[in-house]
Structure formats: structure tokens, C-alpha cells
Design a protein around this ligand. Structure first.
Ligand code: SAM
Ligand code: DTB
Ligand code: SF4
Length: 333
């Protein structure tokens, strides 16, 4: 019998053993875990908005918004509240139930906290779940955001601790873990995942999943991004990784994080319908909708509707998916 409760004592070897199984064995396991925890045929939808674009002091090698690279992106100031509310209303009309606001900041400044808190309050009042991604947090900031109605803080580990220094040098893995700890202590849910296709090895992908599995409790939301190569960044010429590798990583996440949202995040625009279908069959139960992510394109709503139609799947309000665990063990597995 396979235990389906979330575990925090996975070893790297165990995760590697899952990851390297024949694809059909891996997909079958992931699908059983998904079926034991989540309804069939349903996908949750989140929508992103860049509330402050570009000019960021960090040097993340994948990012269009870093001030260290010439990517041709125009930097902008913090968006006014009324524009954020209009975007949140449009997201709700699109069927999204979580609205994620991203700012290109190295860290959140105290002077911006009341402005972001007002945005969170207003988005929440529209009946949406709220998520923000604002860089590193200082003492007390997470508590203020939580009081304003924040549900999730997004802060990705991105890759393994060993590979991290190849991607960014202006902060450390431990800085990331510290902010995640602050968000958790304030009672926020965590959205924490990574990026595939940055020149990392499979060992690094396994290392990332292992680090995420040690977070206790697990991040409630695990975004799996495929690198969107940005011209002008150090990773702009990275060769694309196979969607099969992406599906493999998603399947392992589904098994390791049985109760979490596993989101097929950046990179859908460059995938075929079949590629996306493979990732959904591997156990992803959430996507970003809307034709923009933060600064790059995402499939149009009608393309998503067509894909869902072909798969006989539908976007479903979160509450209808978050049923209590149906089973805690897989009999005969
Ligand atoms: N500044 C904040 C931070 O880094 O936490 C928030 C914004 S940042 C754009 C959010 C996440 O988007 C990053 O952690 C990274 O995982 C993902 N991301 C950024 N650029 C990407 C790209 N070109 N392709 C795929 N994912 C990307
Ligand atoms: C996450 O893991 N992916 C989203 C969200 N969290 C903030 C961001 C993807 C950004 C893709 C590149 C861009 O549009 O700038
Ligand atoms: Fe800044 Fe975030 Fe982009 Fe890194 S990923 S450069 S922290 S906006």
C-alpha cells in the first residue's frame, strides 16, 4: 500500500528513484495520487498581474525585469489601485479564482507596504483569493499583508541549492528560505516552486523537489515553470528542455506534494496542446490564465478553452476541488 499523506522525510535518492522510472510507471503513480486527492477533469485557474515592472536590483539570469541586463523592457512605477482592481475584475470574469500580483523588487520596502496592503484588501473584496510576490520580506511585513487579507506568498526556490549560484548571485538560497519562513510564521500559505530549462541537470531538478519537500508544511502551491528564454539575459540562449522532462518533473511533484496545487506555469505559450495535455495528465491541477504572465505571453483564453474542450476538462472553482482527502492510502499499490 502507498501512503498518500504528505511526507517531509523524502531522501534525494527516493525522489531520484521516482523521477527516473519508466515514464508509464511514473505517470500511472502520479495519476493514482491525483485521483485519490483531487476530482477528475478539473483545473484551477489563477491570473497574474505585474503591479511594478522592471528595474529590479537582483540579477536572476532568467528574468526580463533585472536592471543588470538589457532586455528592452521598460520599467514602470507601482500601478495605481484602480487599475489593479479593474484587472482583478477581468480575471474573475475569465474564471480565475486566485489573483497573483508580482512586483520586480529585490525586497519589499516599508513605505510600499500600505500601498500593497490596500491592493490586497481591494482584490479580496472582489471575491478572489490573493497572492503576492514582492521579493524578500523583513520582520513584521508578512503579518501586515496577512491582516490585509493575503492568502498566499509566492517565493520560488527555482533550482537546487548547488545550481543556484549559476543563476543568481545577488542573493543566496538561505535568503530565500528565510523569507519563506517569515511568510509561514505570519500564517500565510506558500506558493513555491521552480524553473526547468536553465541549463541545470536532472540531478538539480531532483534537488529542487527535495528541498521543497523538506518545507513543513509543504507549500500549498507548487508552480513548475519552463524557462521562457528572454533575449539579453544570460539564459536567453538556453536550449529548450523536452516537455516530456517537464511532465516527468510535474508527475514527481504530484506524488511528493499530494495535497498541493501543482501548477503548470510559465512556458505553456511555447507548448503544443499535446505537450500541455501531457503535463496535465502528469498531475498538474492548476494553470495561469490570461494572455500575459508578468512580462511574457500566455495562451489566449479561447486557446485554453479549446484545449480544455479537447480534453473534456473544465476550469472549476477552487472550493469544488478542495474536497477533503478521499483516501489516505492506495490499496494494492
Ligand atoms: N521579484 C520577485 C521574486 O523574484 O520573488 C517576484 C517576481 S519573479 C518574476 C517570480 C518568479 O517568476 C521567479 O521566481 C521565477 O521562478 C519566475 N520567472 C521569472 N522569469 C521567468 C522566465 N523567464 N521563465 C520562467 N519563469 C520565470
Ligand atoms: C511563478 O512561479 N511563475 C509566475 C508566478 N510564479 C509569479 C511568473 C512567471 C513569469 C514568467 C516570465 C514573465 O512573464 O516575466
Ligand atoms: Fe527581480 Fe524577481 Fe526578476 Fe529576480 S525574478 S530579477 S528578484 S523580479
Amino acid at each position: 500500500m502507498t501512503d498518500l499523506s504528505p511526507r517531509h522525510d523524502w531522501t534525494r535518492d527516493e525522489i531520484a528513484a521516482l523521477y527516473t522510472q519508466p515514464l508509464d510507471t511514473l505517470m500511472a503513480q502520479a495519476l493514482s495520487v491525483k485521483q485519490a486527492n483531487w476530482p477528475d477533469g478539473k483545473v484551477q485557474k489563477s491570473q497574474l498581474l505585474s503591479i511594478k515592472t522592471g528595474g529590479c536590483a537582483e540579477n536572476c539570469g532568467y528574468c526580463s525585469q533585472s536592471a543588470h541586463f538589457d532586455t528592452g523592457l521598460e520599467a514602470s512605477k507601482l500601478m495605481p489601485l484602480d487599475e489593479v482592481v479593474s484587472a482583478a475584475r477581468r480575471a474573475k470574469e475569465n474564471g480565475a479564482d486566485r489573483f497573483c500580483m508580482g512586483a520586480a523588487w529585490r525586497s519589499l520596502k516599508d513605505r510600499d507596504v500600505p500601498k500593497v496592503a490596500a491592493m490586497i484588501e481591494a482584490v479580496k473584496a472582489e471575491g478572489l483569493e490573493t497572492c503576492v510576490t514582492l521579493g524578500m520580506l523583513d520582520d513584521g511585513q508578512a503579518e501586515t499583508l496577512k491582516s490585509a487579507g493575503l492568502d498566499y506568498y509566492n517565493h520560488n526556490l527555482d533550482t537546487s541549492p548547488e545550481y543556484y549560484g549559476n543563476v543568481v548571485s545577488t542573493r543566496t538560497y538561505d535568503d530565500r528560505l528565510e523569507t519563506l519562513g517569515r511568510a509561514r510564521e505570519a500564517g500565510l500559505k506558500l506558493c513555491c516552486g521552480g524553473i526547468l530549462g536553465m541549463g541545470e541537470s536532472r540531478k538539480d531538478r531532483i534537488g529542487l523537489i527535495h528541498e521543497l519537500s523538506k518545507l513543513t508544511p509543504h507549500p500549498e502551491s507548487v508552480p513548475v515553470n519552463m524557462l521562457v528564454p528572454i533575449e539579453g539575459t544570460p539564459l536567453g540562449d538556453s536550449p529548450a528542455i523536452s516537455v516530456i522532462e517537464m511532465a516527468r518533473a510535474i508527475a514527481v511533484c504530484r506524488i511528493v506534494f499530494p495535497k498541493s496545487w501543482v501548477r503548470l506555469s510559465a512556458g505553456r505559450e511555447g507548448m503544443t496542446d499535446e505537450g500541455q495535455a501531457l503535463c496535465l495528465l502528469a498531475g498538474a491541477n492548476s494553470i495561469f490564465v490570461g494572455d500575459r504572465l508578468l512580462t511574457t505571453d500566455n495562451p489566449e483564453m479561447d486557446e485554453d478553452a479549446a484545449l480544455m474542450g479537447k480534453m473534456g476538462m473544465e476550469a472549476t472553482p477552487r472550493e469544488d476541488m478542495e474536497s477533503p482527502a478521499k483516501r489516505t492510502t492506495l490499496i494494492g499499490a
